[in-house]
Design a protein around this ligand. Structure first.
Ligand SMILES: CC(C)(COP(=O)(O)OP(=O)(O)OC[C@H]1O[C@@H](n2cnc3c(N)ncnc32)[C@H](O)[C@@H]1OP(=O)(O)O)[C@@H](O)C(=O)NCCC(=O)NCCS
Length: 176
């Protein structure tokens, strides 16, 4: 039984678990999906997915946040991951991120996850500011971040050993 942390209209965000590995290994083993993830767009092996699922579950316990497993309510399918982590899993700032299997793009799911995760961070975790990074060429991700309320800050070399576009969003005044 999956542990649901919070939900949106169409999605559940859940603690990562071993039952997610088959679906996620399929998604993160695809070069097109991984083009703008990580340093060289390398795909992940099943073993790497297992390790990341384990690390993700650990972060839920230690930090109350992670890239949660995203489940589509209508189908019960695992469709991707999204949420909040300390930037690059080791910094002080809190990063919002998301990624979905190709079959699940273009349905507004990334926007739904980004908005709900940001609200969870501000309202439930007491986060004051979120950051996000993406490749400048990743038009889809830039659009999602804009719709979620992030503001573009220019390019940065500070994270993940690559040049990325940096975004920030402060906690909305009405939620302070
Ligand atoms: C990028 C990604 C997260 C977008 O997810 P999605 O669920 O398709 O995004 P949404 O449906 O919420 O789209 C939000 C907006 O972005 C636009 N958009 C989405 N993908 C786009 C693309 N490839 N090019 C241009 N615009 C795009 C949509 O048209 C939509 O705009 P609209 O509301 O004005 O129509 C998804 O393609 C993905 O998982 N890609 C692989 C992993 C990845 O790159 N993750 C982000 C790393 S920073």
């Amino acid at each position: 039984m999956r542990e649901v942390v919070f939900e949106t209209d169409r999605l559940e965000l859940c603690v990562p678990c071993a039952a997610d590995v088959d679906a996620l290994a399929g998604y993160w083993g695809d070069p097109e999906t991984m083009k703008y993830l990580g340093k060289n767009g390398d795909v992940w092996t099943r073993e790497q997915v297992v390790q990341r699922v384990e690390r993700g579950a650990r972060y839920c316990v230690e930090r109350g946040m992670t890239f949660w497993t995203v489940v589509e309510k209508a189908s019960g399918m695992v469709i991707g991951q999204g949420g909040l982590v300390p930037i690059a899993f080791n910094g002080d700032e809190i990063e919002l991120g998301y990624r979905f299997g190709k079959d699940h793009w273009g349905k507004g799911y990334a926007t739904e996850v980004a908005q709900a995760s940001a609200a969870y961070g501000f309202e439930r975790l007491g986060v004051e500011e979120l950051i996000a990074v993406c490749y400048a060429e990743n038009e889809g991700s830039r659009a999602v971040l804009g719709k979620a309320g992030f503001v573009e800050q220019g390019m940065t070399d500070l994270y993940y050993d690559v040049r990325l576009m940096l975004f920030r969003m402060e906690k909305p005044v009405c939620e302070k």
